[in-house]
Design a binder for this molecule. Structure first.
Ligand code: KG4
Ligand code: ZN
Length: 368
C-alpha cells in the first residue's frame, strides 16, 4: 500500500476564495482521492448574499478539519503529500489569506512545494482533470464573479477574448432570484423553480427580456440590463409575496434568456476559434466551467450551438463545476509537472487576470 502511494504524486488542494471551505487530494494519474466541500450557504442565506467578514471567520473555523477530512478520506497523511496548492486569488481576500496561509504552513512544516493557484485557472484546467482535454480549447468561464471567453493555449497561457462589462451571469441570476424572493444562491434555485413553468411560450411573452450587446462586434457580455428588466417586471406584478406561477414563469424566461445571451456571444468566438486555432486541434472543443455551467438549459443551448459549428462541448461533472479543492490540486499538479512552484512569501492577489495582456474593462462585475 505504502509503495503504491509513494509511486504517484499526491497533491493537496485548498480553496477558500468565496463561500466554500474546500480541500481535496488529487494524484498526477488524475485520480480524485478525496474532495471535501463545506458550504457556508446556510450561514449567508439570511443575508441573501455572501458577507466577506463572516466568510473569512467561517473559513478559519473549519479549514483544519476540512483538510484533515480530505487526508483521511484519501487514506493518507501529511507525510504522503508531494505538494500543497492553494487559491491565492482572485476572490475575497480574507478567505484567500486563510487557505493560502494554511498551505504555506503545511509546505514549510513538511518541506514540500507550495503552489499559488489562480482560482480561475483552477476552473479553466478542470476539463483536463476530468477528461484529459488537450490544448488549445475555447473556454467559457461563467460563475458568480466572472463571465469570460478565453482561449486556453497552455497552462498559464490564456487569451481573453471577452468579459462582462458589468455583472457576471451568476451575479445576475443571484440578484434576480433575491428580487423574486428565492434563496441564495439564485442560479440553482432559478433552475429548480423554472421546471414548474407550464407554458414556456406564454412565459416568454409575459416576461420579455433584452439581449444586451446582441449582434455587436467582439465577445464581451453585459447582464445588468437583464437584471433591471427582471426588476421592472416584478414591479408591475401585484404587491406583496409573488404568485408562485409568476415566479416560475419569470425564472424560466430569465434562465432561457441567460442561455441565449451566452450562446450569442459564444457563437462569434467559436467561428473565430475555428479560423485561428482549427488547424492546431483535432477536436475543436468549447469547454464551459464555473458554477453557472451546472445549468442544464445553458449546457444544452451551448451543446446545440457547438454541434452547429462542428465543435464538441465539454462541461465538468457537476461536483467539479462549483468551487472545490480538486480543481486547485489539479492546477498545482499541472504546474509541478512543468517544474513550477512558488516561494513562501507569495502575496495573495485579490485581482488576478488569467490574461494579463487583455485590455482592462471598467465595470462593477469586472474582477479580473
Ligand atoms: O464558480 P462558483 O461556484 O463560484 C464563483 O467562483 O463565483 O459559481 C457560483 C455561481 C453562483 O452565481 C450560482 O448562482 C451559480 O454559480 N450557479 C448556477 C447553478 N449552480 C450554481 N447558476 C445556474 N444554474 C445552476 N444550476
Ligand atoms: Zn469559482
Amino acid at each position: 500500500m505504502y509503495r503504491f502511494i509513494s509511486m504517484v504524486m499526491n497533491v493537496l488542494g485548498i480553496e477558500t476564495s468565496c463561500d466554500e471551505t474546500a480541500a481535496a487530494i488529487v494524484t498526477d494519474t488524475r485520480e480524485i482521492r478525496s474532495n471535501v466541500v463545506l458550504s457556508q450557504l446556510e450561514t449567508h442565506a439570511v443575508y441573501g448574499g455572501i458577507v466577506p467578514e463572516i466568510a473569512a471567520r467561517a473559513h478559519l473555523e473549519h479549514i483544519d478539519k476540512v483538510i484533515q477530512a480530505a487526508l483521511s478520506d484519501a487514506g493518507i497523511t501529511f507525510d504522503d503529500l508531494d505538494g500543497v496548492a492553494a487559491t491565492c486569488g482572485p476572490g475575497l481576500i480574507g478567505g484567500v489569506m486563510i487557505g493560502m496561509m494554511s498551505a504555506k504552513a503545511i509546505a514549510a512544516a513538511k518541506g514540500i512545494p507550495f503552489i499559488a493557484i489562480n482560482h480561475l485557472e483552477g476552473h479553466a484546467l478542470t476539463p483536463r482533470l476530468s477528461d484529459d482535454i488537450a490544448f488549445p480549447y475555447l473556454l467559457l468561464l461563467v460563475s458568480g464573479g466572472h463571465t469570460q471567453i478565453l482561449v486556453a493555449e497552455d497552462v498559464g497561457v490564456y487569451k481573453r477574448w471577452g468579459t462582462t462589462l458589468d455583472d457576471a451571469a451568476g451575479e445576475c441570476l443571484d440578484k434576480s432570484a433575491k428580487m423574486m424572493g428565492l434563496p441564495y444562491p439564485g442560479g440553482p434555485n432559478i433552475e429548480k423553480i423554472a421546471k414548474n413553468c407550464n407554458n414556456p411560450v406564454t412565459a416568454r411573452e409575459r416576461f420579455p427580456l433584452p439581449s444586451p450587446l446582441k449582434g455587436r462586434k467582439g465577445h464581451d457580455f453585459s447582464f445588468s440590463g437583464l437584471k433591471t428588466a427582471v426588476r421592472t417586471h416584478i414591479e408591475k406584478l401585484p404587491k406583496g409575496d409573488l404568485d408562485p406561477k409568476d415566479v416560475a414563469d419569470l425564472s424560466y424566461a430569465l434562465q432561457n434568456q441567460t442561455a441565449k445571451i451566452l450562446a450569442d456571444r459564444c457563437e462569434s468566438a467559436m467561428v473565430r476559434f475555428l479560423e485561428e486555432y482549427g488547424e492546431k486541434t483535432d477536436n475543436p472543443t468549447l469547454v464551459i466551467c464555473g458554477g453557472v455551467s451546472a445549468n442544464q438549459t445553458i449546457r444544452e443551448t451551448l451543446d446545440d450551438l457547438a454541434q452547429k459549428h462542428g465543435m464538441t462541448i465539454n462541461a465538468p461533472p457537476l461536483p467539479l463545476c462549483g468551487d472545490n479543492g480538486a480543481m486547485i490540486a489539479w492546477a498545482g499538479i499541472e504546474r509541478l509537472q512543468r517544474g513550477q512552484n512558488d516561494p513562501l512569501n507569495f502575496q495573495a492577489r485579490p485581482r488576478w487576470p488569467l490574461d494579463p495582456n487583455a485590455a482592462p474593462r471598467h465595470g462593477a462585475g469586472v474582477k479580473a
